[in-house]
Unconditional design. Structure first.
Lengths: 525, 293
């Protein structure tokens, strides 16, 4: 057949046609092209209205090599199309005998929990023979939640689906509580998320250690949304202090200068508005969790393994400089004082002008709820914006941590339940209606390709949030990061309260952190 | 001899349900705790025996020593404060006035409110910054605002104030019932003999109240030494370690730092301290018979 075709080619090439016929054919081709162009243009216009345009973006991420102090900036340009072309997940036919899956979630977040229940109801309606029961555990600390899951699992009454903080997740994966994600689920996450998050979620930093200290994918991004620990500033206070509304601090000196201008005292010298809230108390691990981005932005490294040992930079000049920032805010400039309203609620009540750092899911809903008249615009949040954690000095990179709760499947669930739990995860990643409920409907930012440019995430504030979150790195430095943060947080709080001096405190901080780290030998590679 | 054995078996048959329940839910966990105090255990993995290491470590931990000191100060001040106020109020409500019953109820209210709820009320009333109720009132009269539970210098006295408020109602009621039980004849006889009110109080009422005071002191000592829920609600042991009482320290070590072995060692030390104190109070309190010599 191929030979036959080849033998015909010269005949076709040699064939002669008249000038009129040639012009007529050329005219038809030209007309065809114009018509096709018009049809394609009209179709493209309508299709384009339904999906976001093709975007070319450059992502700059700062990478610190774990075994050295060399910091390099990697730039990679990707052309992406936000028009999603991923497959939908096909849930297999339901079992004939009904089964029940239990879904446990650590920590209560009213709006999110309400939406998760709605999504679970959607699943239950679609899959009446695979009923999911959703329970929130609001009062438990992270270690208590781990203990509850593990004890219940031992007793044969554990959850099949687990939603928890990454701090818990890293310990639970190490304890052997999580089943490794099937490749299909990992592929779905990669396909459905906006670059570079498709990579961020499964790069080696975020993967969790198994009981053998080998990193594997155990979790998918949770239903609380994803964010980074960023600074937040009140734009009304900025303008009042003579700054433009879109001002961001370039370094700590600028941060302090602006904070001092926005701080207010009454006639007796009492603080009535703090220019900057830095976390010095409350939930103890949170004290360390908020200290870390500032420490990293001063060039410090929290924990790394080298030569078969864990190491830390905490007791260095960088640590001293970071603690000094806190002490200056508290005692030198009196910008904030222990106990004065702060954090997300204080910020929403305009009792403090800036907070550093805090996660978007903690800040945005509170601002919208507490003062909608000031912070709720017709298209989304207004009057405040996030800023990158400023470096200690200009020229240093801004560094921050990714904040992400996770969803996993219990490794000890019976095989059939485990399999259905994974089907639920697949369904959840690909079901647009469910995702709209969980994220867009409540303004809970999540970088799904098909949703991240849709309302309410199409306003400049969310676009900035996306950009700032892209450069965040994982906080999961150790399987016992929760205990490590707790040990560090307690020492930091003693330093902030001047119970111990800075030099002594930094030594104690490094000792406390390494003591927890050394409970597990460092990974070989 | 067979008679004695028969009596023993007869008695043990009645006691066995209690012995079984106590052994299962009290002595067995206590023994287990004692064992865990000699182990390196993080609540999740199998405990590893390490001998006296936890105990040695506790006494070189400055936060443990600080929490022991804070707890002792807290217990002494709260016991003295609540018993003193209770004693004064028990005499006040002993007077036959129309409002006596209502006063008794009002005094007892703080004690019956669940600890966490009561602490939450205090945290609202004493909220920091200008928005707190007390701060609002103080700022209206030009006295400034305070971070009551978050100021390192105020937090511990505030925890003590809260606890005295919480416990004085119980002391008042128990002491009041003790006063009621004192035979009127003793006091009337003393009055006939020309004794002053002060002498009646110090020579008759107080000695006769001694068993009640011993009871109140022992029960309050036990609950105060391991105070947890109110501190957890109000300060979580902070700011820094300003309110790190023993209950909070044990919780932090066990459930935050995941050093359950160390936490059980701390709990065992404290149980022994409290036990010795209660035995001492009882020996001293009941010396010379129930009502003294």
């Amino acid at each position: 057949m191929k030979e036959e075709n080849r033998s015909r080619e010269p005949d076709i090439l040699r064939k002669k046609i008249s000038r009129r016929k040639a012009l007529s054919t050329a005219g038809k081709v030209a007309l065809g092209c114009v018509v096709t162009g018009v049809v394609a243009g009209v179709a493209g216009y309508y299709v384009g209205a339904a999906s976001a345009p093709t975007v070319t973006k450059t992502v700059r991420s700062t990478v610190t090599a774990p075994a050295s102090t060399v910091t390099k900036t990697v730039t990679h340009t990707t052309t992406i199309s936000s028009a999603i072309t991923t497959p939908t997940y096909k849930v297999p036919p339901e079992p004939t005998t009904p089964i029940k899956l239990t879904f446990w979630k650590w920590q209560a977040l009213a709006l999110t929990d309400e939406k998760i229940q709605e999504v679970v109801n959607m699943w239950n309606k679609e899959h009446p023979n695979v009923h999911i029961e959703f329970t929130v555990f609001p009062e438990l600390s992270e270690p208590e939640f781990i203990a509850k899951v593990e004890e219940a699992t031992k007793a044969g009454r554990g959850p099949d689906i687990i939603h928890t903080s990454d701090i818990d997740a890293v310990t639970m994966a190490y304890n052997g509580d999580f089943a490794v994600l099937p490749d299909e689920i990992v592929a779905l996450v990669k396909q459905y998320f906006e670059p570079p998050f498709d990579d961020i979620f499964y790069n080696t930093e975020v993967l969790l250690w198994g009981p053998d200290m080998v990193k594997r994918p155990y979790t998918i991004p949770g239903l609380r949304g994803v964010s980074a620990k960023l600074g937040w500033v009140n734009e009304y206070h900025l303008e009042e202090a003579g700054y433009p509304a879109d001002w961001d601090p370039a370094d700590w000196a600028e941060l302090i200068e602006a904070a001092r201008k926005m701080t207010k005292y009454d006639a007796a010298g009492n603080l009535v508005r703090s220019g900057l809230f830095l976390r010095i108390g409350g939930h103890v691990p949170g004290i360390f969790d908020k200290f870390a981005p500032l420490f990293m932005s001063a060039g410090g490294k929290i924990l790394w393994a080298e030569g078969g040992k864990w190491h830390t930079d905490l007791d260095s000049d960088i640590g001293r400089k970071t603690v000094q920032l806190y002490l200056d805010v508290l005692y030198k400039y009196k910008i904030y004082k222990p106990g004065f309203p702060g954090d997300a609620t204080g910020f929403a009540n305009e009792m403090c002008s800036m907070i550093l750092p805090r996660e978007a899911p903690e800040v945005i809903p509170v601002c919208l709820k507490v003062k909608p008249e000031k912070f709720k615009g017709p298209t989304g949040p207004k009057g405040f914006h996030p800023y990158a954690v400023p470096p200690a000095e200009k020229g240093l990179p801004s560094r921050t941590w990714l904040d992400m709760h996770s969803l996993a499947v219990n490794a000890k669930s019976p095989p059939e339940k485990r399999s259905w739990a994974f089907h639920f995860l697949g369904w959840l990643i690909t079901n647009k209606e469910a995702r709209m409920k969980l994220y867009n409907e409540i303004g809970q930012w999540m970088p799904y390709k098909d949703l991240v440019y849709k309302s309410p995430f199409d306003i400049p504030m969310y676009k900035k949030l996306t950009k700032l979150t892209e450069t965040s790195t994982s906080a999961l430095l150790h399987p016992y990061i929760g205990a490590l943060e707790d040990a560090g947080g307690r020492v930091l709080s003693r330093m902030y309260m001047k119970e111990i001096g800075v030099d002594e405190g930094l030594k104690e901080l490094a000792r406390a952190v390494l003591e927890v780290a050394n409970r597990i030998p460092p990974p070989k590679a | 001899m067979p008679k004695v054995r028969g009596d023993f078996l007869y008695l043990i048959s009645f006691l066995s349900p209690v012995i079984i329940v106590f052994s299962l839910f009290y002595y067995y966990p206590l023994a287990l705790d004692f064992y865990y105090s000699f182990t390196d255990w993080n609540l999740l993995t199998t405990p590893k025996f390490i001998g006296f290491e936890n105990y040695l470590r506790l006494f070189s931990d400055e936060i443990f020593i600080k929490s022991l000191v804070l707890t002792s100060v807290y217990v002494i001040v709260v016991l003295l404060g609540s018993i003193f106020i209770g004693l004064v109020l028990s005499f006040v409500i002993d007077r036959p006035t129309k409002l006596a019953t209502l006063t008794r109820i009002v005094i007892f209210i703080p004690y019956v409110i669940p600890d966490v709820a009561a602490a939450a009320i205090w945290s609202i009333v004493f909220a920091p910054g200008p928005s707190g109720y007390v701060n609002y009132l103080l700022s209206k009269i030009g006295l400034g605002t305070y971070s009551w539970f978050l100021d390192p210098n105020l937090a511990f006295p505030m925890i003590i104030a809260y606890s005295i408020w919480k416990y004085f109602g119980f002391c008042t009621l128990v002491l009041y019932s003790g006063i009621k039980a004192i035979p009127k004849e003793y006091i009337e006889a003393a009055k006939v003999d020309g004794a002053s009110e002060f002498n009646i109080f110090t020579r008759i009422t107080l000695p006769l109240l001694r068993p009640i005071i011993v009871f109140v002191t022992s029960t309050n000592l036990m609950s105060c030494w391991f105070v947890f829920s109110s501190v957890y609600t109000l300060t979580k042991g902070g700011p820094g370690t300003a309110t790190m009482v023993m209950g909070m320290y044990i919780y932090e070590q066990a459930f935050k730092s995941m050093k359950a072995g160390l936490a059980t060692a701390a709990a065992i030390i404290n149980t022994i301290v409290v036990l010795l104190l209660v035995i001492f109070i009882h020996l001293r309190g009941y010396r010379g018979g129930l009502y003294g010599r």
